[in-house]
Write a protein that binds this ligand. Structure first.
Ligand SMILES: Nc1nc2c(ncn2[C@@H]2O[C@H](COP(=O)(O)OP(=O)(O)OP(=O)(O)O)[C@@H](O)[C@H]2O)c(=O)[nH]1
Ligand SMILES: [Mg+2]
Length: 302
């Protein structure tokens, strides 16, 4: 049997639907998704099988103009993911078209592509009419020599099978990189922290989600089969702590309940989740916070 295997980097602007597509390809939620930009902070690998091919999808942080150290580290992680991949899939939102951000990505892509196959996935086609898609496809292909264009809805599933089949055909021949039943390459404690961060991001407004981070401090397997998970939410100011806790602790309680429910489903067992909020004014400048997130602190150097 000839097997195929390789890495497929999903890149695009924040909110393009990269994590949604990764989860759909894998058939499980391994990367968090929100309606807000800059949700994904590090590279997240998800594994999918298609016939004799093993597709290792690499979800990356969105590409945007970085301002802070964290932003720079995220953008570096995204370009690094693309540079290491066998195939790159650029995701563009159908209804937004060629934005300034997309233009910048196309410029960067020309530099790093170097003979690598790059496919275009126009996502969220459920939001536009067909004629608009044709002209967008033409305009994008005029700007970059994409190997193939796909029109998809990562959320609804349209076109995803065709993309998967094409990717499987174009991966290099070689042995599988992960056991056949593995779906993610991310420590459980990190997935658990990401789930909590998703619930926080969904409930908190404006800049706050971008000024906090979540870490799993302790994970204890109990004799009764349950897991006791302790997590810390680092915020930058006292006032932020108050907002995260909410009136009479209502916000943190809701976050904790939602995160625990999802963790129980993911782990398929009972979970005791304990969240603690700590004020850490300088966490954005602490190397340890970056390694916990799976980012390289030095990538954030200005
Ligand atoms: N209508 C529609 N919405 C979609 C589709 N795919 C993703 N979305 C929504 O777009 C939003 C962003 O999706 P994500 O998967 O988090 O996007 P992302 O590219 O990973 O974003 P970052 O991690 O911030 O870079 C979410 O609200 C998704 O539900 C789609 O095909 N159609
Ligand atoms: Mg994402």
């Amino acid at each position: 049997m000839t097997t195929r295997a390789g890495f497929i980097a999903l890149i695009g602007e924040p909110n393009a639907g990269k994590s949604t597509l990764l989860n759909r390809m894998v058939g499980a939620k391994v990367s968090i998704v929100t309606h807000k930009v800059q949700t994904t902070r590090a590279r997240i690998r998800g594994v999918a099988m298609e016939g004799d091919a093993q597709l290792v999808f690499v979800d990356t942080p969105g590409l945007f103009k970085p301002r802070r150290r964290l932003d720079r580290a995220m953008v570096a992680a995204a370009w690094g993911g693309a540079a290491d991949a066998d195939i790159i899939v650029l995701m563009v939102e159908a209804h937004r078209g060629i934005t300034e951000g997309v233009e910048r990505i196309l410029d960067g892509l020309s530099e790093i592509a170097q003979g690598r196959k790059v496919a275009l996935a126009i996502n969220k086609i459920d939001r536009v009419e067909a004629p608009a898609l044709l002209s967008l496809t033409r305009d994008l292909n005029d700007r970059f020599p994409f190997a193939e264009t796909f029109m998809i809805s990562a959320e609804k599933g349209h076109g995803v099978e065709d993309l998967r089949a094409w990717l499987a055909q174009h991966l290099p021949e070689g042995p599988w990189l992960y056991p056949e039943d593995q779906i993610a390459d991310l420590p459980l404690r990190m997935i658990a922290a990401e789930i909590t961060r998703e619930k926080l991001t969904l409930r908190l407004h404006q800049e706050l989600p971008y000024q906090l981070t979540v870490e799993t401090e302790n994970w204890e397997e109990r004799k009764d089969g349950s897991a006791k998970i302790d997590q810390v939410i680092y915020v930058m100011r006292d006032g932020h702590k108050g907002i995260v806790l909410g009136k009479r602790g209502e916000t943190i309680k809701a976050v904790s309940q939602a995160a625990r429910a999802e963790l129980e489903e993911f782990l398929d067992r009972k979970v005791h989740l304990f969240l603690q909020v700590k004020v850490r004014p300088n966490w954005l400048e602490e190397a340890e916070r970056y390694s916990e997130m799976g980012l390289d602190f030095k990538d954030g150097n200005a």
